[in-house]
Design a protein around this ligand. Structure first.
Ligand code: AN7
Length: 374
């Protein structure tokens, strides 16, 4: 059971998830591999998060912001684009809250094919928009939200000209499973709890499929409880109904009608987990906490599971929310943080704007340091 994990991880670093996990993916020997060396992201033990929960629990952060385009989407995109190229695709298309479009644009560039992205106007974090531009995607913004953009893309996908690379494409889910594989290999077993943000619900579906695959292959003996976090203003699964006008500072998960809704519910039910919500204030607080407490900077959506865990740490009674009461002593808890903090500078814009220049001398700088507040 015990694999020499660090050696193994080192051996595969930079080679991409298809090379590493080919046997579990829908690729043939003849499938062209379009890769940017995605995957192999660090699973970082987080002492302060662990201490917050206490009772000998170990909390680990899977830092997916260190993928080639700065989010977990690259794991699915390498498979989806490789398969699309195998089928002769010349133009990819996706709707996106920003990270899927950044990833699709990069892998299309790598493959030497086109990429069209349909985005909700004014609701894409600037770093993600910059990426789509840099990689040369054709960008169309709509006066509408992500859910409407996905409707349009579904319709356009009926035409022969476009290959859809949203997570409704099962090849995406296949690739994203590989994060669960890496976690099991590194820990030597599945964790007790797996926390992650939920938007379109593709990733929670993918992780669950990955843990199931590894159980079926005899590489894990158990599966974690899956705990998904939606933003309170964009929480269709938690509320049990479509949210027509989703709103949250975490624009990545500003989604009111998740494509993988039923699969996510199944993952949560089968694992004995739950779906929960966190407020925008809790999200931004957790984003700062993780950056300052652990040195891990993530975008707001990625801070949702951290917010949920920090709140749970202070909740010793069983409530409707995820609480410490449901976490046994000695549990191992993995939080996936899905995207890099640099994607969304606007989330910290007010703090940056507050910094005022002072005269160029020691006294002024010391005085400014004295009064500098974070
Ligand atoms: C950082 O890019 O839907 O539940 O179009 O970018 O699998 O949708 C992004 C989603 C979490 C939610 N964290 O994952 C898109 C898009 C970040 C994300 C999610 C997203 P899913």
């Amino acid at each position: 059971m015990n694999i020499s994990t660090s050696d193994d991880a080192a051996r595969w670093r930079g080679r991409g998830v298809i090379a590493r996990y080919r046997a579990y993916l829908p690729v043939a020997e003849t499938t062209p591999v379009i890769s940017l060396g995605e995957g192999g992201t660090p699973l970082i033990h987080s002492p302060r998060l662990s201490a917050a929960i206490g009772r000998a629990c170990g909390v680990f952060v899977k830092y997916e912001g260190l993928n080639p385009t700065g989010s977990f989407k690259d794991r699915g995109m390498t498979v989806a684009v490789s398969k699309a190229v195998e089928r002769g695709a010349k133009m990819l298309i996706c709707a996106s809250t920003g990270n899927t479009s950044a990833s699709a644009a990069a892998y299309a560039a790598r493959a030497g094919i086109g990429c069209a992205v349909v985005l909700p106007a004014g609701k894409i974090a600037s770093g993600k928009m910059v990426q789509a531009v840099a990689y040369g995607a054709r960008i169309v913004t709509i006066e509408g939200n992500f859910d409407q953009a996905l409707e349009i893309v579904r319709a356009l996908g009926q035409r022969d000209d476009f290959a859809i690379v949203n997570s409704i494409n099962p090849d995406r889910i296949g690739g994203q499973k590989t994060a669960a594989f890496e976690i099991v290999e590194e820990l030597g077993e599945a964790p007790d709890f797996h926390l992650l943000p939920v938007g379109n619900a593709g990733n929670i579906t993918a992780y669950w499929a990955g843990y199931e695959d590894f159980c079926n292959a005899g590489k894990a003996k158990r599966r974690p409880k899956m705990i998904g976090f939606q933003a309170a203003g964009a929480a269709p699964i938690f509320r049990g109904e479509i949210v027509v006008r989703p709103e949250t500072v975490a624009t990545a998960i500003r989604i009111g009608k998740p494509a993988s809704w039923s699969q996510a519910k199944r993952a949560i039910a089968d694992s004995g987990g739950m779906i929960d919500i966190v407020s925008d204030e809790e999200i931004l607080e957790a984003q700062r906490w993780l950056a300052r407490g652990e040195g891990i900077f993530v975008e707001p959506a990625s801070a949702a599971p951290i917010a949920g865990l920090l709140r749970a740490a202070g909740a010793e009674k069983v409530t409707a929310h995820f609480s410490a009461a449901s976490i046994p002593d000695g549990s191992r808890i993995v939080c996936t943080v899905t995207g890099h903090g640099l994607k969304d500078p606007e989330a910290l814009a007010s703090a940056i704007a507050a910094a005022r220049p002072v005269p160029p001398n020691e006294t002024a700088v010391l005085r400014a340091l004295d009064t500098a507040r974070s």
